[in-house]
Ligand binder design. Structure first.
Ligand SMILES: C[S@@+](CC[C@H](N)C(=O)[O-])C[C@H]1O[C@@H](n2cnc3c(N)ncnc32)[C@H](O)[C@@H]1O
Length: 267
């Protein structure tokens, strides 16, 4: 990969997805080299010409699938789920007791562990009253590959090991290979997966009560992050909560978010 080719790819990625890989030449080459060889392209220039000319979006989606980092796991930063259950849901239950609609968005849902954990927390919190409430979790990601995985809802037993035994029994069924489990229909029905690029205008008809946007803004530069935080603020209901990754920080100079705890913010 020449420097010009690297420049073209990282600028493309930044412009289209907000992801800043301007100092990640080795990683980009490491992830794409094989794909380019198998695809029969003779150079990155040829490849990028095809990506930009492909109006079907297939090559673009494949590029995004390859270059995004999708690491996640069940109960990641579990203190957030505890806070949700102990502080946020009791408040929301009172506030929305007439309409019984909750709007919860998980904006970088990767392979599904995070939104399914949210759905399990909601199921547990509402208990028998759950059927009276509409608490579906909207889960979005830019990568079609992770969304496919999330929709299938198949994980190894090792992957679900951080979950309480009662949740494992209730929300997963064993598959015949004895190594994998699949999310039950009951839980799947609680999550709506959609492809969505955080750089786009937010298309939501309703303001959100809760937004989980964890461990994704680290891939964006400061200006992109700032613009996104403004959109997140607008997308929230007054009093609504934003959760970001526990190692992330937020520039609040443009938006009057109230800091509740490090990584938890309130409008
Ligand atoms: C490291 S994972 C974080 C997953 C989960 N939120 C967590 O904390 O465990 C980051 C996810 O952000 C997604 N992502 C990156 N850029 C995005 C964008 N512009 N719009 C939507 N999703 C994006 C990636 O595809 C990836 O699945």
């Amino acid at each position: 990969m020449t420097d010009e080719e690297f420049y073209r790819i990282h600028v493309y990625l930044k412009n289209r997805c907000g992801i800043d890989m301007s100092r990640k030449k080795e990683i980009i080459a490491g992830r794409l080299d094989n794909y380019i060889k198998i695809g029969g392209w003779n150079s990155y220039t040829e490849y990028m010409n095809d990506v930009t000319a492909d109006f079907s979006g297939r090559l673009h989606n494949e590029l995004v699938n390859i270059l995004t980092t999708n690491h996640t796991y069940f109960m990641r930063e579990f203190e957030h789920f505890q806070f949700l259950k102990e502080e946020v849901l009791p408040w929301l239950k009172k506030k929305e007791e007439e309409k019984k609609d909750l709007y919860i968005w998980c904006g970088a849902s990767s392979t599904g562990e995070e939104p399914y954990t949210l759905a399990m927390v909601l199921k547990e919190f509402f208990g028998l009253e759950k059927s009276l409430w509409d608490t579906k979790v909207l889960a979005t990601d830019i990568s079609t590959e992770v969304l496919q995985h999330a929709t299938e809802g198949i994980y190894t037993k090792e992957q679900i090991s951080p979950l309480p035994e009662a949740w494992k029994r209730r929300f997963f069924r064993n598959l015949s290979d004895h190594e994998h489990v699949q999310v039950t229909k009951e839980l799947k029905d609680e999550v709506i997966f959609r492809q969505f690029n955080l750089m786009d205008l937010f298309p939501f008809k309703h303001k959100m009560h809760v937004i989980f946007l964890r461990n994704v803004m680290i891939y964006f530069d400061a200006e992109t992050k700032c613009q996104l935080v403004e959109k997140l603020y607008d997308a929230l209901e007054p009093g609504g909560y934003l959760f970001i990754g526990r190692t992330e920080t937020l520039d609040r100079s443009n938006v009057p978010f109230q800091l509740v705890q490090p990584s938890i913010f309130r409008k």
